[in-house]
Design a protein around this ligand. Structure first.
Ligand code: ZN
Length: 93
């Protein structure tokens, strides 16, 4: 009986790894490959390598506020859009 449990755990090792290593990452695809193709040794290895290779760092894009003004090359102060002279030092922007 213990051997059967051990074999089931070994069979689903890629899915378990995917869940444990990256809880936020969706391990459903790894589970599908593991479940349906795991009985072929190649499918098991594909799921295993996928579980190890999938890193949890999701590509996130940060929105940076784009200024509509101009920065002065002299003092670095931000002048409002349309201004021709720096509001801090008076230099042409
Ligand atoms: Zn300036």
């Amino acid at each position: 009986m213990e051997f059967l449990i051990f074999m089931v755990l070994l069979y689903f090792l890629p899915t378990i790894l995917a869940i444990v290593r990256h809880p936020t990452h969706d391990p459903f695809g790894i589970f599908l490959v593991n479940f349906f193709l795991g009985w072929t040794v190649i499918g098991w290895w594909v799921a295993f390598i996928w579980a190890l290779a999938a890193n949890g760092t999701s590509r996130e894009f940060r929105r940076v506020p784009v200024s509509s003004g101009r920065f002065c090359s002299q003092c670095g102060a931000l002048s409002p859009y349309g201004a021709h002279f720096c509001s801090a030092c008076g230099r042409v922007v």
